[in-house]
Design a protein around this ligand. Sequence first.
Ligand code: FE2
Ligand code: FE2
Length: 371
Amino acid sequence: MNFDLDLDELVMTTALTDINDAKILIVDDNQANVALLEALLDEDDYPNIYSTTDPFQVMPMFNEQQFDLILLDIRMPGMSGIEILHDLRLVVGDDYLPVIVLTAQTDEATRRQALEAGAKDFITKPFSDWEVLLRVRNTLQTRLYYTRQILRADLLENEIRERTREIRENQFEIVQRLGVAGELRDNETGAHVKRMSHICGFLATKRNLGFDYSEHLLYASTMHDVGKIGIPDSILLKSGSLNEHEWQVMQQHPKIGAKIIGNHNSKLISLAREVALFHHEKWDGTGYPHGISGDSIPISAQIAAVSDVFDALTSERPYKSAWPVEKAAQEIENCAGTHFEPKTVKIFIENLAEIRKIKESYLDQNDYLMI
Ligand SMILES: [Fe+2]
Ligand SMILES: [Fe+2]
């Protein structure tokens, strides 16, 4: 599909394409001048002509019709054309203001004021027919190009927004699927990934990290254990306790995960890498693989550590029964400042009721691809 061609076709069918289709408003307190201009424009095949002799009617009419051109008298009783220009500017903002002012030949100061207030051109009274028609045509031509450009820019922006959303959704989907792949190698279930990641997103929101970051962390954290793909079954699925060598191998899973995820500028991928690499670090520096402590541990991993351990404790596994939520919360609280970052623990405890709800929304099932 030729995107440029589609866009141009859409612009041509939506925007003002023929200047003779333009909607033109004539404003002059002198009815004779209005009639003269109407006749002139009618002769040059402009069928959409509107007019008023009352300057106070201009803004209500403009708000209703969005004219492509206004022929505006300057000297009118009660309200001048300059005042109307200022009012119009307030409504159209930075948009193109399609106004030609009608002034006396001698009135240079007013012409200058009008041009400064945003008028695009002026026609001097008494009018000569050819001048009116040429200036109208030229101004409408500019108006036409302008509206086409604006429409084109709007359509492009919408298209870009739509494609960005698609890319973002695709990224989220792929990351989640990889997260499930990691869990499939372990005793964990897809539901663990779902619960853990939703608790991560929730805690990030409560820590005031913003919607965008929290949403990214929700998806990124699903990959926290993807590195388990690289751990041999003999160790990963061993029913007894691990010997020292096996434990060392097991402790490689954060680094393997970071390697699988790779380095990428994408916010989601770099956050996923961060969580995978640091989710077993501890606040007091006794974690792995780097043994870093305190705020050297990225906040994403600080949050992931609490969420991951809480869900692991409250879930049933072949080698242990599920802890009650209160007991697990107590354990998390006891480990504030040693295993876990204290502020996250405080927020976790304060919002335990909500976290319990998240946990109960995603119960363990044998459907590994339930995400
Ligand atoms: Fe892990
Ligand atoms: Fe986990």
